[in-house]
Design a protein around this ligand. Structure first.
Ligand code: NOJ
Ligand code: CA
Length: 676
């Protein structure tokens, strides 16, 4: 009797303890993170997360809803299987070529009266957790109506995110209280108490993307991108969802140094990856956004044979592997309407064969560009022929674009669109083509499985500076902790003509998306250089007009830069304030540092350098004595084009003083003085 009473009392207090002590509990290898799965009184599965003894996520629902059968309730736990892994794996390219996957796993099996078996598979790493649903039902196929997963924060904090949106990621990042965040896309980065974290998803295949909407105070429910008919997805009767992930770290840079998302993706399905290589590139591109050139074939046409040869010569002379030509193909006249691009036919003033041969002669790779304007049906129909042709031409790199609405009301981030983006990656792999996707689906780590999916846009990139207020230095201190947690970004850094003086003087300029006379780059030139290190992309562009690099002393950085890094570490930073990242490629190290509108002095220990080796450090920094000048938008600030280059000798025991101007930065190349 007494025992029964104690049990009844315990049952009454347990829910209040956020089920942190019930049975299906998984701990991270270091014991810091605890993930608990249980079923509530109606058999609805739920979970909670404790980090370092504090509840981070209190009891929150799990599961999906479908029209054919019950996927969301009536469940009881029927078994738990456990597993663990501790292995090192390698990848052909990445921030780090060698990765460690160390996790403990718990597969919680639940069953309900409709004969549905749901396995909640949970992996706990020291830097966060991932969980996914594996459903087995009696149905042939299912119509997914909703996802029940929610993230109910136990306490308020700060969040950094872009708004929820199923069409675009090219939106400003907001810093606001968790409780004031009405909706968000992911990565959804937060700070609660002293802990940093970020919610995202991993391995998104054949399923809509997930956004977050505040459902109750501090609670965020998942909203899936809808199909045209309003339901969310069509899936087979037995299926797995992408992983839902929560990274955690004791400091902000810990989020960047995490490999959680990649660890939750499967190893490469491409056996021979020898053709997949990082590369630096330039292109016929920035002129279009500034309006000095255009995509269509008229007197301002950028992609002419003559201009192409000039760019190939420039790449060959400056240790740059590739050249991108936008506007090489027919169809641009109809972009923005019911566009019909031709993916194989060049404009008459672009001799594709000659350009390809000239590039090959010079050892430079020719990039193709396929803007679709969102016309995915037409593009899918053209893929086989176009990719076969590109392969014959020796093309290995392709930039794609989806700037425009998809047909039949298909949302850019819906299940149908996710399928489209994946089809392109897989078909490209069949022709040894690497992809750089603009207006893409967000990265969820599929680059591990499909390493030819190199980089993507998926945030406000450089182009916004040409024809809008553009991106602030604070934004640039924020996206490494938000968008870039998902993977590489083709931001296309490196404008040297900060005030667009050459474009302003050009008689053929027709402002695109204009008027934009107040537009300019909101950072110093040293920060533009640092962004090549800070904003990771295996395909890294020097995006300015090549005339602005010719004869410019600071362009030596890009000539020497190697985007094929072996190791990376974010060594200092606070979200939106400042950031320092170092990368190693071979025996050289590259450091990038950036600040927001506050001038800042940082002391960076050089303990990442090889001990006992003397390095020559070439420092590209802000000129702190730059005069204040009037900026194009009427504000006054130090001249952003002022920079200094200096060379010093350093060793691993030294501390580097990084002094940055307002909106400034610093970039350093460390080269060993004696052979290692
Ligand atoms: C938007 C892309 O982000 C940009 O890089 C490209 O130049 C235009 N679309 C045209 O394709
Ligand atoms: Ca874009």
């Amino acid at each position: 009797m007494k025992r029964l009473l104690i049990l009844a009392l315990l049952a009454a207090v347990l829910p209040a303890m956020s089920s942190c002590s019930s049975d299906a509990v998984l701990k991270s290898p270091d014991g810091r993170i605890r993930f608990t799965v249980s079923a509530d009184a109606e058999g609805k599965p739920q979970y909670s997360v404790c980090v370092g003894g504090d509840v981070l996520i209190s009891a929150s629902p799990l599961g999906l809803e479908a029209s054919e059968t019950s996927l969301g309730d009536g469940f009881s736990i029927v078994g738990i299987e456990r597993n663990s892994k501790n292995e090192v794996w390698t990848q052909p390219w990445g921030e780090n070529k060698t990765m460690r996957d160390r996790h403990d796993e718990m597969a919680v099996a639940l069953e309900n009266k409709s004969g549905v078996r749901l396995t909640v598979r949970v992996r706990a790493f020291d830097d966060g957790i991932g969980f996914r649903y594996e459903y087995e039902t009696q149905e042939d196929s299912l119509t997914v109506l909703a996802e029940n997963t929610a993230f109910r924060f136990a306490s308020d904090g700060i969040s950094w995110s872009i708004p929820a949106n199923f069409e675009t990621y090219e939106l400003d990042v907001r810093e606001q209280a968790l409780s004031a965040t009405e909706n968000a896309n992911t990565p959804f980065t937060f700070k609660v108490g002293d802990a940093y974290g970020s919610i995202h998803e991993a391995a998104l295949y054949d399923f809509p993307e997930m956004n977050l909407y505040q459902s109750d105070s501090l609670g965020f429910r998942c909203e899936l991108a809808p199909r045209q008919d309003g339901c969310k997805a069509r899936v087979p009767g037995c299926f797995k969802t992408p992983w839902r992930t929560i990274q955690t770290a004791p400091d902000a840079v810990g989020l960047i140094n995490s490999s959680l998302i990649l660890n939750l993706n499967e190893p490469s399905v491409i056996d021979d990856t020898s053709w997949i290589k990082p590369q630096k590139y330039v292109g016929v591109w920035w002129g279009m956004h500034l309006g000095t050139h255009g995509w269509i074939c008229d007197e301002r046409h950028g992609a002419t044979t003559q201009n192409a040869l000039r760019h190939i010569d420039f790449a060959a002379e400056n240790n740059i592997g590739g050249v991108l030509f936008e506007g090489w193909n027919q169809g641009w006249e109809s972009w923005g309407g019911r566009q019909h691009f031709n993916y194989t036919e060049p404009y008459p003033d672009f001799d594709l064969k000659l350009v390809a041969e000239y590039a090959a002669e010079k050892g430079v790779e020719l990039w193709m560009h396929n803007e679709t304007g969102g016309s995915i049906f037409e593009y899918e129909a053209a893929l086989d022929e176009a990719f076969a042709m590109y392969e014959d031409l020796g093309v290995n790199y392709l930039k794609t674009g989806y700037a425009g609405g998809m047909p039949e009301n298909i949302r850019h981030h819906s299940q149908r669109a996710v399928r489209h983006y994946q089809t392109v990656v897989e078909k490209a792999a069949g022709h040894r083509i690497m992809i750089d996707a603009h207006e893409p689906i967000k990265e969820t780590g599929i680059r591990r499985t499909w390493p030819n999916m190199m980089t993507r846009e998926g945030a406000k990139g450089m182009e916004w500076n040409a024809w809008s207020k553009g991106n602030s230095s604070e934004y640039l201190c924020t996206i490494p902790f938000v968008r870039l947690l998902s993977g590489p970004m083709d931001y296309t850094p490196g404008v040297f003509d900060i005030y667009y003086r050459r474009a302003a003087a050009s008689p053929q300029r027709q402002e695109w998306n204009g008027p934009n006379s107040e537009c300019y780059i909101k950072t110093t030139i040293a920060r533009q250089i640092a962004n090549w290190v800070l904003l990771y992309s295996p395909l890294q562009m020097a995006c300015d007009l090549i005339e602005n690099y010719e004869g410019h002393p600071a362009f030596q950085f890009f000539r020497d830069f190697d985007p094929d890094c072996d190791w990376s570490k974010a060594v200092a930073g606070e979200i939106g304030d400042y950031i320092v990242i170092v990368r190693r490629a071979g025996n050289r190290f590259f450091l990038g540092a950036g600040t927001d509108a506050e001038p800042r002095n940082l002391e960076v220990p050089l303990d990442f350098l090889e001990p006992g080796v003397t390095y020559e450090a070439v420092i590209y920094g802000d000129d702190l004595s730059a005069p204040y000048i009037l900026q194009p938008d009427g504000t006054t600030a130090p001249d952003k084009t002022a920079y200094v280059i200096r060379t010093i000798e350093v060793a691993s025991r030294d501390i580097l003083d990084v002094a940055m101007a307002q909106d400034g930065g610093q970039a350093v190349i460390f080269t060993p003085k004696e052979p290692l």
